[in-house]
Write a protein of this length. Sequence first.
Length: 267
Amino acid sequence: MKHTISLVVFFFLIISGLLAPLPSGAWGLNGHRIVGEIAERHLTKKAKRAIKAILGNESVAMSSNWPDFIKSDPAYKNFYNWHFINLEAGLSRDSINNYLDSDTAVDAYTKINFLVDQLKHQDLSDSVKKVYLKFLIHIVGDLHQPLHVGHFSDLGGNKIKLKWFHDSSNLHQVWDERLLDFQQLSYTEYATAVNYPSTEQINRWGGMSLKDWICDSYFIAQDIYNYTETQHGKLGYAYNYKYLSVLNEQLLKGGIHLAELLNDIFG
């Protein structure tokens, strides 16, 4: 088997991916790269050196889409449920936290915890470190796309069919790609345009736990669901106007959170 991870780790990952068979997309190519680019601009020098030793000349931004690219490889077909955590509608913050306290499913929450724990160990092989780091970069980005913390009942918006301007789409795809691509910026242009966190934002976001990230995205998703329902399946300029600032803040927040996590692991 010509893969970059050991047979033992490969077997573990395959077994861990057999649960919760729910389909998922992800931030589009630019979304993940924007989060990665912003994160890289906020890394400590020590973290940058450690990450370069793992990724080589591949940047955080350019490595961020690898976990989506490998979906075409049958060896990784069961890894899709690492990218999201779907929850029931109508939950409170306390009920979400209570669920996460006992969460043993294969989902973005448990996999981020696993990856962080593993990357803090110094005895991993270089190939395993690279795989784990790329997954971590990607999944942190995914958790900041609100519909990756959407409802079980509609598979994070995938079942909600609608029109984006005149094109057939669904709610998840709008937030994965359509809204972002509508801005017509490269990932470096976008990262530069939004990478102006205020002191208040840095302080507030820096105090957030992984559970807080999930709650934050969940409640943004509830607003998205509620407003989208009022639009009768037709989204366009007004939708872009309403949610562009939310989109931009989620991308920026994702980059800041990813940088803080990587600095904690490697800095």
